[in-house]
Ligand binder design. Structure first.
Ligand code: NAP
Length: 304
C-alpha cells in the first residue's frame, strides 16, 4: 500500500514523484516504456530555465530521474492495464500485480496523431516516422518531408537538417502555428523549403517510401514529389483511454482538472500533457507535478 501511485514517467510524473517523496509520502511511479516520456525524443530543449545553451531532452529527464531516485521514489517499468478509482483505496492493475494507494496521479502524456492517409500505416518504420530524433540518421543526404506547422514540426525539421540533403515542410495553411523564434530559424535555413496551402494525399513506394502525392488546396493542383522519408507532426492524442467513463474528459479526450490538478474523482489528479490546458511544455508539466503532489498532501494528510 502506497500513499500515492503515479502513472507515467515523463517530466510531469517525475516532478510529482520528487515533490511527494519530499513531503514524506510513500511513492510508486509506474512507467510503461522507459523513463522520460516525449521529452526524451526532443533534441535540444532551449526554453527550460537554467540551461542558457539549451539541454538535450534525454539529458534533462535523466537528471530528473536521478533526482527522484536520490529521494527514494520507487520505480516500476510495467504496463497499467486498468484502474479502480471510485473507492477509498485506489487500485492500479499492471501486467505483474495490483498496486493499492490512497491517491493516484495520472501523468500518461500524449501520443502523436496520425494522418490516416493511404500508405501511412503501411510505411511506418519504412520511411514514415513520428520521431526525428530516433530516425534522422537514416536520412543522411536524403530528401525528407515534414508534415505540420506547429512547434514540433519546425523543431524536428530543424533537427533533420543536420542529416538530410533537403527538408520540405508541408502545411495546410499559409501561416505557421509555431513560435516566432522557431519560424525565423526555419525561414533562415537554406535546407528547408516550405510547401504551403497543401495537404498530403498519399505515401507511395515499393519496399520503402519513394514518393508522396500532394494537393495544393488553393490551386486545386495534385502532383508527386520524390521523397525518402515522411515525418508526421500534426498534434497530439491524449493517453486517457484507461480513464474513459471513470473521470471527466473534454471532447478531445484530455483530462479535465481544476487549477490544483484535482479531477472530479476524490484523490485522483491529472498532470502534464494528458491534462486539458493551454501550454504543453516541459516546464508546465513539471509545475503540474509539483502542484498535484502538494494538493494531494493537503487534501489527504496533515504533512503539508
Ligand atoms: P500543434 O501545436 O497542435 O500543431 C499541429 C500542427 O499540425 C498544426 O500546424 C496543424 O495545422 C497541423 N495539423 C493538425 N491536423 C492536421 C491534419 N490532419 N493534416 C495536416 N496538418 C494538420 O502540435 P505540436 O506541434 O505537436 O505541439 C503540441 C504541443 O507541444 C504544443 O503546445 C507545442 O507548443 C508544444 N511543443 C513545444 C515545443 C517547444 O520547443 N517549445 C516543441 C514541441 C512541442 P493548423 O495550424 O492549420 O491547425
Amino acid at each position: 500500500m502506497y500513499d500515492i501511485v503515479i502513472i507515467g514517467g515523463g517530466p510531469a510524473g517525475l516532478s510529482a514523484s520528487i515533490y511527494s517523496k519530499r513531503f514524506g509520502l510513500s511513492t510508486l511511479l509506474i512507467e510503461k516504456f522507459g523513463i522520460g516520456g516525449q521529452a526524451i525524443l526532443t533534441d535540444i530543449v532551449e526554453n527550460y530555465p537554467g540551461f542558457p545553451e539549451g539541454i538535450k531532452g534525454s539529458e534533462l529527464v535523466n537528471k530528473m530521474e536521478e533526482q527522484a531516485k536520490k529521494f527514494g521514489v520507487e520505480f516500476l517499468i510495467d504496463e497499467v492495464l486498468g484502474v479502480e478509482i471510485d473507492n477509498e483505496i485506489k487500485k492500479t492493475k499492471t501486467n505483474s500485480s495490483i498496486y493499492e494507494s490512497d491517491g493516484l496521479i495520472i501523468a500518461t502524456g500524449v501520443n502523436p496523431k496520425k494522418l490516416d492517409i493511404p500508405g501511412e500505416k503501411e510505411f511506418t518504420g519504412k520511411g514514415v516516422s513520428y520521431c526525428a530524433i530516433c530516425d534522422a540518421f537514416l536520412y543522411k543526404n536524403k530528401d525528407v518531408l515534414v508534415v505540420g506547422g506547429g512547434d514540433s514540426a519546425i523543431v524536428e525539421a530543424l533537427y533533420l537538417t543536420n542529416f538530410a540533403n533537403k527538408v520540405y515542410i508541408i502545411h495546410r495553411r499559409d501561416k505557421l502555428r509555431a513560435a516566432q523564434y522557431l519560424q525565423e530559424k526555419a525561414f533562415k535555413n537554406s535546407k528547408i523549403e516550405f510547401i504551403f496551402n497543401s495537404i498530403l494525399k498519399e505515401i507511395k513506394g515499393e519496399k520503402r517510401v519513394e514518393k508522396v502525392i500532394i494537393q495544393n488546396i488553393k490551386e486545386d493542383r495534385i502532383y508527386e514529389l520524390n521523397i525518402n522519408g515522411v515525418f508526421i507532426y500534426i498534434g497530439l492524442t491524449p493517453n486517457s483511454n484507461l480513464f474513459k467513463d471513470k473521470i471527466n474528459l473534454d471532447e478531445n479526450g484530455f483530462i479535465i482538472t481544476d487549477s490544483e490538478m484535482r479531477t472530479n474523482e476524490k484523490f485522483v489528479y491529472a498532470i502534464g500533457d494528458v491534462r486539458k490546458k493551454e501550454l504543453r511544455q516541459i516546464i508546465t508539466a513539471c509545475a503540474d507535478g509539483a502542484i498535484a503532489a502538494n494538493t494531494f498532501c493537503k487534501d489527504f494528510s496533515d504533512k503539508c
